[in-house]
Design a protein around this ligand. Structure first.
Ligand code: SF4
Ligand code: SF4
Length: 235
C-alpha cells in the first residue's frame, strides 16, 4: 500500500469556488442518484463537493472516492443547482500524481500511447487473429455460417469504422463476433483500422487529458485516412 506524506502533497488545481458550499442546497439528490454512494465510507457526491469547496480537496484527491466514482454524470444531471460535479470529480483524478493512479489505468494509457492499444497487442498478431476469426464466422456450424464473411481491415470508403476493446482480442475474441454478425446480416459496409484501433480510452478514465486527446485524435485520423464518416465506439 502506498504511504502518502500529507505534508508533501502538491497543491491541487481543482479550483472549485468556495461559493459552492453555499449554493449547494444539501438536498442530497446527487447522493441518492449516485451508484457509488456508500462505497467509500463517509463519502458521496454531496459531501465530496462540499469538502472540496471548503478547501479539503487534498483529502478527496488522495482518497479512494474519485476512483470509485464511475464518471457516469447522474449526480450532475440531477442537481437542481447545476453543480459541475462530474467535471470536479474527474479533475480529482487529473491532479493526482501519475504514479499514484490506482490499478492498471496509467500503465495501460502509456502502453496505448507507445504501441497503439492498451495491452500492446502487435499489429501482425491482431491481423492474424482477425483473419482467423473471419474464417470461423464463415464456417460456423454451431450457430449460423456466414458465407463470404471476412473482417474488412483498412477498407476505404466504408460507412462505419469500428474501434475494439483490446480485452477482446486478448482474452475474449468471440465477443467481437456478436457485432460482426449484425453487420453481416444488415449487409453493412464497415471496417476496422490495422493500427490504433483501441476503443477504450484510459486517458479519459485516468484523468490524463493529453493522452486522452492523443487517443481520440488517432481514432479520428483513422476515419479520415480511410474516408469513413461514422465512428462506432462499442464500449
Ligand atoms: S459521476 Fe460519480 S459521483 Fe456522480 S453519480 Fe456518477 S458515480 Fe456518483
Ligand atoms: S444535488 Fe446539487 S444542490 Fe443537491 S446536494 Fe447535490 S450538489 Fe448540492
Amino acid at each position: 500500500m502506498d504511504v502518502i506524506d500529507l505534508d508533501k502533497r502538491p497543491r491541487s488545481k481543482l479550483a472549485l469556488e468556495p461559493k459552492w458550499a453555499n449554493i449547494c442546497f444539501t438536498c442530497g439528490t446527487c447522493a441518492s442518484a449516485c451508484p457509488a454512494t456508500g462505497l467509500v465510507p463517509g463519502w458521496d457526491p454531496r459531501r465530496a463537493l462540499t469538502a472540496i469547496a471548503l478547501g479539503l480537496e487534498q483529502e478527496i484527491i488522495y482518497s479512494k472516492w474519485p476512483w470509485v466514482c464511475t464518471l457516469c454524470g447522474r449526480c450532475q444531471y440531477k442537481c437542481p443547482q447545476g453543480a459541475e460535479l462530474l467535471k470536479t470529480f474527474r479533475q480529482c483524478r487529473t491532479v493526482r500524481d501519475r504514479d499514484k493512479v490506482p490499478g492498471p489505468l496509467h500503465k495501460g494509457t502509456m502502453t496505448n500511447i507507445e504501441r497503439g492499444n492498451n495491452l500492446g497487442i502487435p499489429k501482425d498478431d491482431m491481423l492474424d487473429l482477425l483473419a482467423g476469426l473471419g474464417v470461423e464466422m464463415e464456417e460456423d456450424e454451431k450457430r449460423t455460417p456466414c458465407p463470404g464473411f471476412y473482417v474488412p481491415v483498412d477498407e476505404e470508403g466504408a460507412n462505419i469504422i469500428v474501434t475494439i476493446n483490446s480485452k477482446e482480442p486478448f482474452a475474449e475474441p468471440d465477443d467481437m463476433k456478436f457485432l460482426w454478425r449484425i453487420f453481416y446480416t444488415a449487409k453493412e459496409n464497415w471496417t476496422v483500422s490495422s493500427i490504433n484501433w483501441e476503443g477504450v480510452n484510459w486517458g479519459l478514465f485516468s484523468g490524463d487529458d493529453e493522452s486522452m486527446k492523443v487517443q481520440v485524435g488517432r481514432v479520428l485520423e483513422n476515419a479520415r485516412r480511410l474516408k469513413v464518416k461514422t465512428i462506432l465506439y462499442p464500449e
